[in-house]
Design a protein around this ligand. Structure first.
Ligand SMILES: Nc1ncnc2c1ncn2[C@@H]1O[C@H](COP(=O)(O)OP(=O)(O)OP(=O)(O)O)[C@@H](O)[C@H]1O
Ligand SMILES: O=P(O)(O)OC[C@H]1O[C@H](OP(=O)(O)OP(=O)(O)O)[C@H](O)[C@@H]1O
Ligand SMILES: [Mg+2]
Length: 299
């Protein structure tokens, strides 16, 4: 059990989730000095320690109570849950937040020349994967009689190497599949990064720290999606201008020095302003249209 006074957070050391997880912690005000070869990093301004590990280890570290929090992909988390269920190990945890990065899907892909006619075409195949528990659950739920072949890496070369007939691997842009002459046919799991907490009560101090972190995480994610929009608009067309601005229920309208016809409009928008909308605003007589990123938000 984690009995240290400092909140322990597990983060992937090197990979797809590392940079964004660490950037998120920094964005919520946690100062970190990460040195390349060390497993642990101490925050210099909060009672927080980061454990930098392989992502495969993160669900187990949280479920065994070795760390308090962990950043992990839902694919890896669900796979480890299924694995621990089957071997009667505890698999309790709490999801604190679903995050806005690490988006990918676990899909079955076949070689381009394979004549795929639907799920029944998978019967009798050998399918290489790093996620055998998720794949076998999919087989069971869909009455597919196929065999999973566990590979920890280079899954996409398995069909060419004659090790398997098809694969089940993570897909984001599809570039890896394309480069290996494979075609995505079935999405079996959609995933994003999540922040999870171990089961059981945290000490009062640790819980208070987590309670402060979560609204800040929400603020960072919200800010990323939002824009601050400023423009000069003709007074006579103010309503039409407001109608064009996304999520602009309550814009600030300010007088402009030296102009009775125009006003300044400021608005925090829940989405960005597309070029097409900017062109329409211009056509209505708007000028000085600025779209700016927002760093932090608090409701
Ligand atoms: N192409 C992708 N785009 C977005 N997210 C991805 C992509 N590939 C993987 N992920 C997410 O990031 C997680 C980590 O992927 P990565 O490829 O870094 O893992 P890994 O090779 O298993 O690393 P490790 O050495 O830590 O075991 C995946 O489990 C998934 O949730
Ligand atoms: O659809 P794509 O955009 O091509 O992304 C998918 C690839 O990304 C991940 O691997 P990664 O590049 O992280 O390397 P790894 O397999 O060596 O971990 C994943 O395992 C796929 O191979
Ligand atoms: Mg891994």
């Amino acid at each position: 059990m984690s009995d240290s006074k400092r909140l322990r957070i597990a983060v992937q050391k090197k990979g797809r989730l590392s940079d964004e997880s660490i950037a998120l912690l920094k964005a919520i005000g946690i100062k970190l000095q990460i040195r390349d070869r060390l497993l642990i990093a101490h925050s210099t301004n909060q009672p927080i320690d980061l454990l930098l590990v392989r992502d495969d280890d993160i669900p187990g570290l949280v479920m065994d109570g070795v760390v308090d929090l962990g950043f992990i992909g839902e694919n890896e988390l669900e796979e480890k849950m299924l694995e621990r269920q089957k071997s009667n190990k505890s698999y309790a945890f709490e999801t604190l937040r679903r995050l806005d990065y690490g988006g990918c899907q676990l899909s079955i892909a076949v070689p381009n020349e394979f004549d795929y006619q639907g799920l029944e075409s998978l019967n009798g195949l050998k399918i290489a994967t790093t996620y055998p528990f998720l794949l076998e659950r999919y087989f069971e739920n869909n009455n597919i009689n196929a065999q999973s072949v566990m590979l920890t890496g280079s899954v996409e070369v398995a069909p060419r190497a004659g090790v398997a007939d098809a694969i089940c691997d993570l897909v984001s842009t599809g570039a890896t599949l394309e480069a290996n002459g494979l075609r995505e046919e079935v999405v079996i799991f959609e995933s994003k990064a999540v922040l999870i907490q171990r089961d059981g009560e945290l000490s009062e101090q640790k819980q208070a720290l987590v309670n402060r972190m979560l609204p800040r995480i929400d603020g960072v994610m919200q800010a990323k999606e939002s824009k601050y929009i400023m423009l000069h608009a003709p007074k006579a067309r103010l309503q039409q201008v407001k109608d064009l601005l996304p999520g602009a229920e309550n814009p600030t309208v300010l007088p402009l020095a030296n102009s009775d016809e125009s006003v300044a409009v400021h608005v925090v928008s829940s989405e960005t302003l597309f070029w097409e909308t900017m062109e329409k605003l211009k056509a209505l007589g708007c000028s000085s249209i600025l779209v700016m990123p927002i760093e932090k938000m608090m409701g």
